[in-house]
Design a protein around this ligand. Structure first.
Ligand code: MEV
Length: 340
């Protein structure tokens, strides 16, 4: 029996407060991490000459990568590992077992793919004692996101790698936000998939046909994101709720809602939510409702009786300020020696 190095790292889910889709067209969006669900990656040393095995328990996927040749270039998990090893200056000739698992529902706008990649980047880097800044992690995860989503804005990898509320504009340095007051959110899962790549593609086709109309709706959504940022920082949750409702209406005009999403939004508002909207790509996936402590149980009941498959509660609290670039991924990973 010997001791092998094992490194474990995690990453949360995410939810978009406002600005989805418009963010792909250069407008701002605001998103927050969802720490109640998470992805986990474990990296362990394997026997000499065994190469790299990636085991994705939930996806029933097992990949064996050996040597410098023949790595699957279109696989997001393999791409994440390759990009991380190269970035930290290591050869691909490693002997590792990498296991990933996640309790983040897949294809529901909760960033499951980006979270799995983030946990992998953190675990692989930490396994070799390399500390990466959230910005570096985010860049590496973006490579895998492109394989998942085609033309992602980059908001998922950004909010998950920083684990902070972010105000995001594509191509600009993301700004992490300090919330003025605790945000209580309920996420109602329709149980229906929201295939981001397909929905983003459908919006692109519509945009080509009616550019003027789409651009002006995107402008309105961008203005909402700007105002949500302000209300989030000031702790004005009543205003934020109103803005979320307005954003939902604009997403409906873009044909991104569905009868079930609309029912859940209505149920949440009738139950006392300050605001509710679909979140993520839409046509399935989730709604988010902004609630207070008092109305939370009633809104949760209303979402479930209107057909939500599950409801996830999350909170974003004030007081996590500071320079994200100073927070290294090494602190978010744990290294252990285990008997094998
Ligand atoms: C998906 O979480 C959000 C979208 O805006 C796509 C993107 O930003 O890449 C629909």
């Amino acid at each position: 029996m010997g001791l092998r190095q094992v490194t474990v790292a995690y990453a949360p889910g995410k939810i978009i407060l406002v600005g989805e889709h418009a963010v792909v067209y250069g407008r701002p969006a605001v998103a927050v991490p969802v720490t109640q669900v998470r992805a986990q990656a474990t990296v362990g040393d394997a026997g000499k000459g065994q190469g790299i095995t990636i085991v994705a328990t939930d996806l029933g996927q097992r990949l064996l990568l050996r040597g410098e040749e023949g790595w699957p270039s279109e696989d997001p998990l393999a791409t994440t590992v390759i990009a991380t090893l190269k970035y930290v200056g290591l050869s691909l000739e490693q002997d590792l077992t990498i296991t990933v698992k996640s309790d983040i529902p897949i294809a529901r706008g909760l960033g499951s793919g980006a979270a799995v990649s983030t946990a992998m980047v953190r675990a692989v880097a930490a396994h070799f004692s390399r500390n990466l800044s959230p910005q570096e992690v985010s860049q590496l995860v973006y490579e895998a996101e492109r394989l998942h989503h085609g033309t992602p804005s980059g908001i998922d990898n950004t909010v998950i790698a920083h684990e902070r509320p972010v105000y995001f504009v594509q191509g600009q340095t993301p700004q992490t936000l300090a919330v003025g007051r605790t945000l209580r959110l309920l996420i109602g899962d329709t149980g229906e998939p929201s295939p981001t790549k397909a929905v983003v593609g459908a919006v692109r086709r519509q945009w080509r046909r009616s550019q003027g109309r789409y651009e002006s709706i995107f402008d309105e959504i961008g203005e909402i994101a700007l105002r949500v940022r302000r209300s989030l920082e000031e702790g004005d949750i009543a205003e934020m709720g109103r803005l979320m409702n307005e954003n939902h209406q604009l997403l409906r005009e873009l044909d991104l809602s569905s009868p079930l999403l609309d029912s859940l939004v209505t149920a949440a508002r009738d139950g006392g939510a300050l605001g509710a909207k679909l979140s993520g790509a839409g046509r399935g996936g989730n709604v988010i409702a902004l609630v207070t402590e008092e109305v939370r149980p009633e809104v949760e009941r209303a979402l479930l009786s209107a057909g939500a498959e599950r409801v996830i509660g999350t909170e974003v609290s004030p007081g996590r300020e500071g320079s994200p670039s100073m927070e290294m991924s090494g602190k978010l990973a744990r290294r252990d020696r285990r008997a094998v």
